[in-house]
Write a protein that binds this ligand. Structure first.
Ligand code: ZN
Length: 501
C-alpha cells in the first residue's frame, strides 16, 4: 500500500509543478511582463494548465485513489493520509464530472462574453450584453446538471469555492445578517460623516511601500518565503509553501488603499505560508475555501489593521515617516478616517460595514436567476431596487450598477461572491476564539506583538491546509457552528462607539 501512496503523491506533485509554473507565469504577467508578451503568455499558460488537467484526470489517479481508500480504512479522519485521499477524491470527481468538450464551450463563451462586457460596461449598455448573459445562464444550468443531487442549481458552484456549504445554509445566514446590517447602516448614516481628508494629503509611493512592508514584516509575513510587487488588481499567489507572494496597488492621493491592501494580501499569504510543510506539493497544501481564505485577509486588515490598538503601536512611526502630512493629526482623527462608513455604489470601494450588503445583493440575485425566479432582462431593475432598499442609493447607470463586477461576465454565473461575506463573518468568530484562549492579545497588539495571535491562527487554521472543510474548521477552532453573533458584536461595538449610537 505504501508504494501506491508514494505513486499517488508523485503524480500529484507533478500536477502541482505544472500548475505552480502556470501560476508563476500569471504572476509575472500581472507584475513585470512587457505588454508585447501577452499573446505568447496566454498560450504558455493554457498549455501548462491543460497538461496539469490531463495529468490530474488520468484514470490511473482514479484507480490509485480507489485502491488506497479500500485499504486505508484504518487511517484516522484527520491523518495526513486519510485527508489526502478524501480531498483528492473530491477534486478528482469535480474535475472528471464535466466533459472536456463542455469545458471548452464554457471557456470560449467566457472570452466572448468578457470582451463584450468590457465594451458594454464602458458604454453602460446592458442591452448589448443581455443575449450573451442569457447564454451564460443557460450554460450555468447545464453545468449544474453534471452534479446531480443538489437542492438548487447554485449549490455545485458554492461547492467549488466553499465546499460543504449550500444555498439554504448560506441564504439563512445572510438573511439574519442583512436584517441587522441594514438598520445599522441607516443609523450610522444619520450621524455626521467621518472626515478622511487626512488620508488624501499626498503620500509618496516609495515611502508608502517601505512603511507597508515594515508593517507586514512585524505581523509575521515571511519575506524569506515571499515578496511584494506592484500590480493593478492586487492578489496573493502561491508556488510552494516556501514561496507565497503578494502584490499591491498604491495611490499617492489615498493612503489607506495601499497600506491596508498590503495587510489584506499578507493575511492571505500568511495563511498559505503557515500550511504544514509535510503537505507541500499535494492538494492539501493550500487554504481550504474562499470564505476561510477571506476570513484571514479580513481578520488582519480589519479586526487588527483598522483597530485602535494597532494604530496606538504604528501611528507614531507613520507620523515619523510622513511628518509633513501627519504631524498635526491626532491618533483619534486618523482612526476615525480609516473607519469612515458611507454607503456607495461600488462594491470594491465599500467600507467594512456596507460591503456585505453589496455581496448579499449579488448572491440573492444570482440565486434567483439560477432558480428561474428572475429573468436576465429584469436583472438591472432588480439590482437597482435592492440598492435602494439596502443602501438607499440608486445607480445613475448600469456601469455603476449591474455591470460593475466581472464575475457574471467571464463564463458562468454562481458561487463567486458568498465567500467574501462568509469570510467577514468567520473572521470575527476566529478572532473572538483566539481572544478567549489568549485574553492578552489586545494588549499585545497595542505594543506591536502579534506572535500569540498568529500562533493561534497557525495552530487552529493555517497548518491544516485543506484537510478540513470550512464548517469543520470553524467547529474545531471555535467550538461551535458559524454564526453572525461575534461579527455583529464586533461591528456594533466598534461603530457604536465611533458614531455614538
Ligand atoms: Zn481577499
Amino acid at each position: 500500500m505504501q508504494d501506491k501512496l508514494i505513486e499517488l503523491k508523485r503524480r500529484l506533485s507533478e500536477v502541482d509543478d505544472l500548475s505552480s509554473a502556470a501560476a508563476l507565469l500569471a504572476w509575472d504577467q500581472q507584475t513585470h511582463m512587457p505588454p508585447g508578451g501577452a499573446e505568447a503568455r496566454g498560450r504558455q499558460m493554457a498549455t501548462l494548465q491543460r497538461l496539469a488537467h490531463e495529468k490530474f484526470t488520468d484514470e490511473k489517479i482514479g484507480y490509485l485513489l480507489e485502491e488506497l481508500q479500500r485499504a486505508g480504512a484504518g487511517w484516522a479522519y484527520d491523518s495526513d493520509e486519510a485527508s489526502l485521499l478524501r480531498v483528492t477524491q473530491r477534486q478528482y470527481t469535480q474535475a472528471t464530472q464535466v466533459p472536456a468538450s463542455f469545458v471548452s464551450e464554457i471557456v470560449n463563451h467566457g472570452s466572448i462574453a468578457f470582451n463584450a462586457w468590457t465594451t458594454a460596461r464602458a458604454a453602460s449598455d446592458f442591452a448589448a450584453i443581455r443575449p450573451l448573459l442569457e447564454k451564460t445562464l443557460e450554460l450555468s444550468l447545464r453545468y449544474a446538471d453534471y452534479f446531480p443531487g443538489h437542492a438548487e442549481p447554485i449549490d455545485p458552484f458554492i461547492d467549488n469555492s466553499d465546499y460543504g456549504m449550500n444555498a439554504a445554509t448560506v441564504g439563512l445566514l445572510f438573511e439574519q445578517l442583512r436584517e441587522e446590517l441594514v438598520p445599522l447602516v441607516r443609523a450610522i448614516g444619520e450621524q455626521p460623516l467621518a472626515n478622511d481628508e487626512v488620508l488624501r494629503r499626498g503620500y509618496p509611493e516609495a515611502a508608502q511601500i517601505a512603511f507597508g512592508e515594515e508593517v507586514i514584516r512585524q505581523l509575521g509575513y515571511d519575506f524569506n518565503r515571499g515578496r511584494q510587487d506592484k500590480t493593478f488588481h492586487p492578489f496573493a499567489t502561491k508556488f510552494s509553501v516556501n514561496d507565497v507572494r503578494i502584490t499591491t496597488r498604491l495611490d499617492e492621493k489615498y493612503l489607506s488603499e495601499g497600506l491596508l491592501g498590503s495587510v489584506h494580501e499578507a493575511g492571505h499569504a500568511m495563511y498559505e505560508q503557515g500550511v504544514d510543510q509535510a503537505l507541500e506539493a499535494t492538494p492539501l497544501a493550500s487554504g481550504t475555501s474562499a470564505g476561510v481564505h477571506e476570513s484571514q485577509s479580513r481578520l488582519w486588515e480589519n479586526l487588527v489593521g483598522r483597530s485602535r490598538n494597532f494604530w496606538i503601536h504604528f501611528f507614531p512611526a507613520l507620523q515619523a515617516t510622513f511628518p509633513d502630512q501627519l504631524s498635526d493629526v491626532s491618533l483619534e482623527t486618523f482612526y476615525r478616517a480609516i473607519n469612515r462608513v458611507e454607503p456607495s455604489l461600488i462594491r470594491v470601494e465599500a467600507d467594512e460595514v456596507t460591503y456585505n450588503l453589496h455581496v448579499m445583493l449579488r448572491f440573492d440575485l444570482e440565486r434567483a436567476l439560477l432558480n428561474g425566479e428572475l429573468a436576465v432582462a429584469d436583472l438591472p431593475a432588480a439590482w437597482n431596487a435592492r440598492m435602494e432598499s439596502d443602501l438607499g442609493l440608486t445607480p445613475p447607470d448600469d456601469r455603476d450598477g449591474v455591470l460593475q463586477d466581472v464575475h457574471w461576465f467571464d463564463g458562468l454565473i454562481g458561487g463567486g461572491f458568498q465567500g467574501y461575506t462568509l469570510g467577514n463573518v468567520m473572521s470575527a468568530q476566529f478572532f473572538a476564539a483566539a481572544q478567549s484562549a489568549h485574553p492578552e492579545i489586545p494588549d499585545q497588539i497595542r505594543v506591536g506583538s502579534f506572535d500569540t495571535l498568529r500562533g493561534w491562527l497557525t495552530e487552529n487554521i493555517y497548518r491544516h491546509g485543506t484537510k478540513f472543510t470550512a464548517s469543520e474548521l470553524v467547529e474545531r477552532a471555535t467550538g461551535g457552528p458559524l454564526t453572525i453573533e461575534p461579527y455583529m458584536a464586533y461591528l456594533t461595538g466598534k461603530y457604536g462607539e465611533l458614531y455614538g449610537l
